[in-house]
Design a protein around this ligand. Structure first.
Ligand code: ADP
Ligand code: MG
Length: 257
């Protein structure tokens, strides 16, 4: 469904040059949930943004269902591939009602039956129809993220790119949103490419995941193998250790990999 070959992204010039993504290749199967995990600044978001066409300096080949993407993404692309960002407050227009936020993609794509579709998608994210007439600031963080997910779903995409979809939420709400995302994938068979700095989240949500470090892909592993300690690289094992929470023993065990 998603094939990335030799993706590199460089920001800035000479002195402040940052290689955000360094020759990364990976493929995601149809219906799979694939994770990108790694510490802050390792290039995870940049990979997602490159797939979404939001990075102008990307080199390499990105294909969706076998078709290589050009430099500009067309309307058809956004009907097929949608993105959910970390901060649901920043990603929803503060002066638009939920109804308008959810209707807009339908208008852009010339899709009829809008009210029914908005009601259906609100139902899908387990919010009642009365939410249509609220503004983003009248919702809780978790409810706002449900709206961001609804907006991503409303065009019936095949792929959803999720960038730390629960990192801005309280721990108790995080699990609710992760379970919702899990249910949606089971029901609709959509493909996820999910970014998280938290290996626990990725292990719960993803079939396979790639470990990123300083723009490079360290390894691809299967979540089901995590418990048997099948991670090949010392850096990945350290990340696993860190995801279990910090105590003195964990910190002492940290090596300079
Ligand atoms: P992650 O999502 O893993 O935390 P990012 O992909 O956001 O990491 O960032 C990777 C690297 O690229 C970081 O060093 C970051 O500072 C840099 N970077 C990201 N976006 C930009 C940008 N628009 N301009 C310059 N540097 C950027
Ligand atoms: Mg990021």
């Amino acid at each position: 469904m998603i094939d990335i070959q030799n993706l590199s992204v460089v920001f800035g010039e000479v002195d402040n040059r940052v290689v955000a993504v360094d020759r990364v290749s990976l493929s995601v199967r149809a219906g799979e949930s694939f994770g990108l995990v790694g510490e802050s600044g390792s290039g995870k978001s940049t990979i997602l943004r490159a797939v979404a066409g939001l990075v102008s300096s990307a080199h390499g080949t990105i294909s969706i269902e076998g078709r290589p993407l050009g430099h500009k993404r067309d309307k058809g692309f956004y009907a097929q591939v949608q993105m959910v960002f970390q901060d649901p407050f920043g990603s929803l227009h503060p002066k638009h009602t939920i109804d308008r936020i959810l209707t807009e993609p339908l208008v852009v794509h010339g899709i009829a039956d809008r009210e029914a579709k908005v009601r259906a998608v609100l139902d899908q994210v387990q919010l009642g129809p009365t939410f249509r007439f609220r503004y983003p600031h009248q919702l809780s963080g978790g409810q706002r993220q449900r709206i961001a997910i609804a907006r991503a779903l409303i065009l019936n995409p095949r792929v959803i790119l999720l960038d730390e979809p629960t990192s801005a939420l309280d721990v108790s709400i995080q699990a609710e949103i992760l379970n919702l995302l899990d249910d949606i994938r089971t029901q609709l068979g959509v493909t996820y490419l999910l970014v998280s700095h938290d290996l626990g989240v990725v292990a719960h949500m993803c079939d396979r995941f790639a470990v990123m470090r300083q723009g490079k892909l360290v390894e691809v592993a299967e979540s089901k193998d995590l418990s048997s300690g099948a991670l090949a690289h010392a850096y990945s094992r350290q990340l696993l250790l860190a995801s279990k929470g910090y105590d003195r023993a964990v910190i002492d065990a940290f090596a300079d990999v």
